[in-house]
Design a protein around this ligand. Sequence first.
Ligand code: ADP
Length: 396
Amino acid sequence: MKVLVVNAGSSSVKFTLFEMTDQSVLCKGLVERIGLKSPRLLYQRVGEAQQEEKLAIVNHHGAMQAICHKLIDPEQGVLKSLTEIDAIGHRVVHGGEEFTEAVVIDTSVKEGIRKCAALAPLHNPPNLDGIEACEGFFPGVANIAVFDTAFHQSMGPESYLYALPRDLYKKFAIRKYGFHGTSHKYVYYAGCKFLGLNPETARVVTCHLGNGGSVTAVKGGKVIDTSMGMTPLMGLVMGTRCGAIDPGVVLYLIKNGYTGDEVDVILNKKSGLQGVSGISSDMRDIEAARNSGNTDAQEAYDLFVHRLLNYIGGYYLLLGGADAIIFTGGIGENSNSIRKSVVNQLAVYGCELDGEANKTRGQQIVISKPGCKLVAAVIPTNEELMIAREAINLVK
Ligand code: ADP
């Protein structure tokens, strides 16, 4: 069984082709700079060097066509024919309240995704373009939508409602949705397996720390709470996003002459690590600057850790105690410094850092000392594999 996983964004289409009998990757790549100058295809067959090809593409249909050509290229491809593909799994950012799990795409599902575009105007439309391009190139093959928001749909109203007039929820569906659901779900189940926890009963705090970041409290496979909100702007301090702030700040800025669009740019693109440090949105740069004594970088780092601890502490309580805390995403998998700063504050929950284990990067590892009441672990995320698994489960 072969599954193609497609992640169509506004200016790129990423893809991975899996052989699901052993869940191995056959090839992967992306078309980037769609709709911009000098688009290109990056392509890598497993175990080989990445290749680059210049393209003259204008849209997602052209991007998908270039990918299809590559997959069946007699010299560089991995397939004899596109009909060898059994299912296509699509990452879709927003599934609103309608989609609580992955679904096989038909006309009504596409209509649902289109409706949810009101909540994710930058993401759902290109996701749909990717789906429609695949429908054209792979006639008769099942397309499956896997939603970033779906895992979080198990939250109860005490966690997803905002304390706003109920009308706003009814009229505009204003509520918390949460994002990175596919990653949180993957590391929850992979973490339970790795740590010998029963996924039906485990209580786990999953920390996805990348350019964007979110924390989720999961109990028995159900989400109790998550740090992102109606949009991915809420919660943790991120690369360029502010995370949780007093909404009064927005009102204040607008009353002082900033336009809505200007505030949008400030909160989404000029805040977070970038905004506070004035140096970079990249944690590696923040760590380097902090190590050389830059106090703004130090404050950005401290704010990142402080905010994360706020959520971890709250979620520990909501879960009624936790069995494990899991780190994933670029920062979670690679920054032993951030992990150390966080885990050193968890002694009160019975978690003590194993400094040697914490030096490891990018692989599944327990980073707390043996016998700790709360186990800390790193589980590298694999959203593509999770999407492929969801797709194959639905076509089986
Ligand atoms: P995205 O959310 O775009 O998928 P990633 O999950 O790739 O992002 O995470 C990117 C973040 O991971 C960046 O802040 C980067 O600095 C950080 N990161 C990657 N490697 C390291 C490292 N060795 N030490 C600290 N941070 C790292």
